[in-house]
Structures are given as structure tokens and as C-alpha cells.
Design a binder for this molecule. Structure first.
Ligand code: NAD
Length: 259
């Protein structure tokens, strides 16, 4: 255990996912008490059990982040068990990709519900607990480099990730008087179930993407650990409203420059 987050209580959403599970396990190994949030209870319980088996402290808190009652219950369960919430890592997301001309409107509503209403519900439920305790806190919400670009088939997902960065700024300003910091973390392509169907659609795609990343590879979940420790920890006490791109340089590459 590194102990970098010893004494912090952190709720992670999407904690059964390709990035979320390693992140939740890492936070546990860094000494945090982890509330493992995931849609399916069995996946939440599996990750919570892994954290405990490794010597950490965790509880499973299953629920749908787009449903207010579920989000309330997830935070209540975490507070009942650990006494408070110091931090949140919000990863739960729904991509639902498809071309705009045929895009089903019910899928549009579902993506917005999970990615934006979910972020609002998770953010403000956490903030209400933090405000009641008067000890501040730190929220980190996962956006994406897709927020910056037009991307065929990913328009609605990208739109919600761009919207999330706007929401982060206003949450940061509204809750700053309560010493609640709100920041974003934007990954580039990471080989998880979220990106798998796309990455598997062409056997050369992984190499093509890696060669377009200035640092020369796809992201790994481990690439996000240091930024999360920083943002959740007290060392980032004056950073709020920012979205940090952990993307190997993708977001700052001139589009006409070929590597
Ligand atoms: N993988 C990538 O290439 C990539 C790139 C950029 C950004 N991101 C972002 O990183 C974060 C994590 O992505 P990932 O690759 O781990 O994705 P993932 O699909 O592996 O995991 C997402 C998790 O969210 C959960 N989830 C979905 N809907 C939910 C809901 N309504 N309520 C609660 N949980 C729900 C899923 O069950 C899943 O476990 C996401 O916010 C994603 O947008 C990922």
C-alpha cells in the first residue's frame, strides 16, 4: 500500500469497467476507503472483494447513475459505512455510437441521461454530503479527447463529454465556497470494453492509433493513477475547474502534422 490516500473515502462510479476496476483497486491500494459503484451488483461486489482481499477497505454500492434514487442510495450506503465522502471518481458512461442521420432519439436520450444527468446527480449528491460535513472534497469526472473533435459515429458521446467539461467549470465555481474542488480527466483511446468493438473492427487500427499518439501508444488504466492521486489529494488544493488531458499529447497535436 502506498498510503497516498490514507484516510480518504472515495466513491468510484463505473468501477467495474475497463478503467474503473483498476482505478478502484489502485485507490484501495493507496489507502482510500473505496465505495465501488457499478450498474450490476455482482460486478461491484467482485471489485470490492478484490480490494479487501488485497488488504484494502471497500464496499459495493450498485446503482444506475442516471436514476436519482439509486445515486442517493449509493452515497447513503457509503456514508453509513465510512462516515463521510472525501472524493469521487466518476467514470460511468454510455457510448451508444452510431451515425447522426439514423441516430435513434431514444438512444440520444439514454446517452445524455447516463453521461450528463448522471454527472449532475453524482456531483451534486456528493456535494450535498460534503457541504453538510463542512470539510470540502474533490470530484474527478472522466471526459474524453473525443470532446474536442468531430468523430464519425461518436457525435453524441463526444457532445456529452464536451458538455461535461462545461458542467465541471460551473460545479467548480458554485461549490468553491464549500472548498469542493471539481476537475475533469480526459483520456485518449484506452483498450477497454468501451473501445473494443471499434478497435477490433480493423486489425491494423491499434497500431494506426498508437502511431498517431505523440508518446507512441494507446493509454493504459495505470496512466491515470498519478493524476487521480494528485487531484484527490491535498496537494491539489488550489486546482479546480480544470480538465487535464492524460492523452500522450493527442489533444495538442496540430491536425496537419503527420508523425
Ligand atoms: N476506453 C477509452 O478508450 C476511453 C477514452 C476516453 C475516455 N474514456 C472515459 O473513461 C471512462 C471509463 O471508460 P472505460 O473504458 O472504463 O469504459 P467501460 O465501458 O469499460 O466502463 C464503463 C462502466 O460504466 C458502467 N455504467 C454504464 N452505464 C451506467 C449507469 N447508468 N450507471 C452506473 N454505471 C454505468 C458500465 O457498467 C461500465 O462498467 C468513461 O467515462 C469514458 O468515457 C474512455
Amino acid at each position: 500500500m502506498s498510503g497516498a490516500l490514507l484516510g480518504k473515502v472515495v466513491l468510484v462510479t463505473g468501477a467495474g469497467g475497463g478503467i474503473g476496476a483498476p482505478v478502484a483497486r489502485h485507490l484501495g491500494a493507496a489507502g482510500a476507503d473505496v465505495a465501488v459503484g457499478e450498474l450490476a451488483a455482482d460486478r461491484a461486489e467482485k471489485v470490492a472483494a478484490e480490494i479487501v482481499a488485497a488488504g484494502g477497505s471497500a464496499i459495493a454500492v450498485a446503482g444506475d447513475v442516471s436514476m436519482e434514487a439509486d445515486v442517493t442510495a449509493m452515497f447513503d450506503a457509503a456514508v453509513d459505512r465510512f462516515g463521510r465522502i472525501d472524493g469521487v471518481v466518476h467514470l460511468a458512461t454510455f457510448t451508444g455510437n452510431g451515425p447522426l442521420l439514423e441516430f435513434p432519439l431514444d438512444r440520444f436520450d439514454q446517452i445524455v441521461a447516463v453521461n450528463l444527468r448522471g454527472a449532475l446527480l453524482v456531483g451534486r449528491t456528493a456535494a450535498r454530503h460534503m457541504i453538510a460535513r463542512r470539510a470540502g472534497g474533490s470530484l474527478v469526472l472522466f471526459s474524453s479527447v473525443t470532446s474536442l473533435y468531430g468523430a464519425p459515429g461518436q457525435a453524441i458521446y463526444g457532445m456529452t463529454k464536451a458538455g461535461l467539461q462545461g458542467l465541471i467549470k460551473s460545479m467548480a465555481i458554485e461549490w468553491a465556497p464549500h472548498r469542493i474542488r471539481v476537475n475533469g480527466l480526459s483520456p485518449t483511446t484506452t483498450d477497454t470494453p468501451l473501445a473494443k468493438a471499434w478497435l477490433d473492427s480493423d486489425p491494423t487500427l491499434r497500431d494506426t492509433i498508437a502511431s498517431s499518439v505523440p508518446l507512441g501508444r494507446l493509454a493504459e488504466p495505470e496512466d491515470f493513477f498519478g493524476t487521480l492521486e494528485l487531484l484527490l489529494g491535498d496537494g491539489a488544493g488550489f486546482i479546480t475547474g480544470q480538465t487535464i488531458f492524460v492523452d500522450g499529447g493527442v489533444s495538442v497535436t496540430h491536425p496537419l502534422i503527420k508523425r
